[in-house]
Design a protein around this ligand. Structure first.
Ligand code: FES
Length: 150
């Protein structure tokens, strides 16, 4: 299927709007594919290599298609102190994917994120925006088990 980028037409096609364009693509698609890079570069009249440079410079842009369930492991200060790296390890081991990856089936993706704003529940994990707190290994595995059933 050919991708439709009509939504970019709301943005003036100037190179100074390149980042806005990339944000629009990510908002729409959830990530920036190789095809999207070409489309954005053409629309904003910016060399592909420059567009790729902007993408790699800003951590906000994702190059991997997110899974059906996006697991965000908070690694803010409170969660880090309370073991967020362990949570990431448990999830990575269980799903066989590392931080920033999506599984082969496109079901789960994992990323570490900054403070989710509920530090009193640290350590915290969100799944498609739903927050789970006070996690230990058992609770984390239970969450994964529940989402595997969906
Ligand atoms: S540090 Fe994790 S919710 Fe604030």
């Amino acid at each position: 299927m050919v991708q439709n980028y009509d939504y970019l037409k709301k943005i003036t096609p100037e190179s100074s709007n390149l980042i806005r364009g990339l944000q629009a693509v990510q908002g729409q698609e959830g990530y920036i594919s190789d095809d999207s890079i070409l489309a954005v570069a053409e629309y904003f009249n910016t060399p592909v290599v420059e567009t790729e440079g902007v993408l790699s410079f800003y951590a906000q842009f994702k190059r991997t298609k997110p899974g059906k369930f996006q697991l965000c492991v908070c690694d803010g200060t409170a969660c880090h102190i309370k073991g967020s790296t362990l949570i990431l390890d448990w999830i990575s081991t269980e799903l066989g994917i590392a931080d920033g990856e999506t599984d082969k089936e496109g079901i789960f993706s994992i990323e570490t994120v900054a403070c989710l704003g509920c530090c009193s529940l640290a350590p915290v994990l969100s799944v498609n925006g739903k927050v789970f707190g006070n996690l230990d290994r058992k609770a984390t595995m239970k969450i994964l088990k529940e989402y595997k059933k969906k």
